[in-house]
Design a binder for this molecule. Structure first.
Ligand SMILES: Cc1cc2nc3c(=O)[nH]c(=O)nc-3n(C[C@H](O)[C@H](O)[C@H](O)COP(=O)(O)OP(=O)(O)OC[C@H]3O[C@@H](n4cnc5c(N)ncnc54)[C@H](O)[C@@H]3O)c2cc1C
Length: 488
């Protein structure tokens, strides 16, 4: 059965209901197009999802964004939920190192100066006194930092070598790599410095830390991700007249000759045998799925996208019977734990109760992805007792491990050229996804940027203005319209 595209309102079909698909759908609706979003799974959210367990809520993995993630924040503004994921003020990240045999860990801080200093001076004070490095190592941070600051992002040469090689050329000690460079590049790129392409690491350091003083101020959600952006996005799509179909797996994009001669996607086929006519299609799926769904006319070599590979993330969620730390977030070095977040209130622990919920986030988790959950739980429980002395007296009431095998693409040298989009060689087919050529690592920011970029390309293909309403102004306009409708 095929449902036809509307003559008056161009219909954009968005394939994939992760952040890139959701943001593309909203951008198209905001520009006046009709939208049908098709998601293969029974739920939206893609790589960001939440679940209930014994009355508490958990995310598939701790998600963090930074002050420089302007498009993701404007997406939250559009949904009216940015207050639920506030920027936590000036960057102030405690970095803990266990001291075997001694009670308390050693604590160093990476933080933005209280003084209104421009970048990169905003970090100079904290790095010059950084507890985990010797004075020589601290002074040696300066040349590579300045080099990264003046790097021309997008220069193809950057993608020929690894960040590790760059740090080696700048004589960074293994200790500096572990206690500073990797500490930042691993959670943001999902690969260790030795593996990650210099182009992605340069993006992180230049945009996050070395350009704007507030670029690395940290934000994370006070509620499960489903409540932060998945459910609000679904509601907004419905309110704007769009349609969302879950458990709707697309099996093929059918092309035909377009009016101008070149190929266009004319129909979207679903696994269940139904089809949809489309004026434009945004393909917002993972890169390996794009490799099999892209029509041969759309890309010189769709199968090459598979070479982007995958990199895993593992989270170990622990419910303690009491508070074991007052830190909201810590980074750990010389420890199997990398980053630890307090998720107590987000998990829904009622006020007045004593339990504390912590999420230990492990990026680049090649070694952990195949391990038995119990082994990981025991290892992380022990690691936390080394970091938080109060955990030694606490009991773990519950624990669960979430494993995302293909959390992100594997951004090793040579992958920049594989990242394409949003336009394809088929005029009305555009590509979105955190893996596309956004310049960003695979992040929520990259996903939203790609979704909005693909929407612009789709709208241009159907002759719609690329102007779309974004951010808080559009959200407020909608709310006031709703209020007026409610009064009427
Ligand atoms: C555990 C974890 C932790 C992370 N931490 C962070 C973090 O701290 N900060 C950050 O910025 N980013 C983080 N990320 C990365 C971020 O979540 C992703 O980059 C982003 O959500 C990807 O969105 P996307 O829309 O590009 O892809 P996806 O979310 O993968 O969406 C693609 C969608 O397409 C659907 N689909 C596939 N095939 C079909 C088909 N044939 N038909 C219909 N639909 C189909 C899929 O089911 C999926 O829903 C993390 C990711 C994980 C997994």
């Amino acid at each position: 059965m095929s449902s036809g595209a509307s003559a008056s309102r161009p219909r954009v079909v968005v394939v994939g209901g992760g952040l890139s698909g959701l943001s593309a759908a909203i951008a198209c609706l905001d520009a006046g197009a009709g939208v049908t979003l098709l998601e293969a799974r029974p739920r939206l959210g893609g790589a960001t999802w939440s679940f209930d367990r014994k009355g508490l809520q958990f995310d598939n993995g701790q998600h963090v964004h930074l002050g420089c993630c302007t498009e993701y924040r404007s997406f939250l503004d559009r949904l009216g939920t940015s207050d639920l994921a506030p920027l936590r003020g000036r960057l102030a990240l405690p970095v803990l190192e266990p001291r075997p045999g001694s009670g308390d860990p050693r604590v160093g801080w990476i933080r933005r100066s209280r003084l209104p200093l421009p970048a990169p001076l905003h970090l100079a004070g904290s790095l010059l006194t950084y507890e985990h490095l010797s004075l020589t190592e601290r002074l040696a941070l300066l040349p590579p930092a300045l080099r990264l600051r003046t790097t021309k992002l997008g220069d193809p040469k950057l993608d020929r070598s690894s960040f590790g090689d760059f740090l080696g050329r700048h004589r960074q000690s293994p200790r500096s790599v572990a206690a500073l460079w990797d500490l930042i590049s691993l959670p943001t790129t999902n690969l260790h410095a030795s593996d990650i392409s210099l182009s992605l690491a340069a993006k992180v350091f230049k945009t996050g830390l070395l350009t704007r003083a507030d670029g690395a101020d940290i934000a994370w959600s006070d509620v499960p991700l489903a409540r932060l952006h998945v459910e609000p996005a679904a509601k907004l799509i419905a309110r704007l007249g769009g349609e969302v179909r879950t458990s709707a797996r697309v099996s093929r994009l059918v092309t035909a000759a377009g009016a101008g001669g070149g190929p266009v996607v004319s129909e979207v086929l679903l696994d269940d045998g139904t089809s949809l006519a489309a004026d434009a299609v945004v393909l917002a799926v993972q890169h390996d799925v794009a490799a099999s769904l892209l029509p041969p006319e759309a890309h010189p070599d769709p199968t090459s996208l598979r070479s982007l590979g995958v990199a895993p993330i593992v989270n170990v969620h622990l419910v303690f019977d009491r508070r074991v730390t007052d830190y909201a977030v810590v980074a750990a070095i010389s420890s199997p734990a990398q980053f630890v977040f307090d998720r107590t209130s987000a998990a829904g622990v009622e006020e007045g109760r004593f339990e504390q919920v912590l999420a230990v986030s492990l990026s680049g988790a090649e070694n952990e992805i195949g391990e038995r959950p119990q082994v990981l739980i025991e290892r992380m429980s022990k690691a936390l007792t080394d970091l938080f002395p109060a955990a030694r007296r606490a009991r773990v009431l519950d624990a669960v491990v979430t494993r995302e095998h293909d959390a992100t693409f594997r951004g090793v040298p040579g992958t920049a050229a594989l990242r394409c989009g949003p336009e394809t060689l088929v005029r009305n087919l555009s590509l979105a996804g955190a893996w596309t050529d956004t310049g960003w690592p695979a992040t929520m920011e990259g996903a939203v940027r790609s979704g909005r970029g693909a929407a612009r390309a789709a709208l241009a293909a159907v002759g719609r203005s690329t102007e779309h309403r974004t951010g808080i102004a559009a959200h407020q306009e909608d709310r006031s319209k709703e209020r007026q409708e409610a009064i009427a």
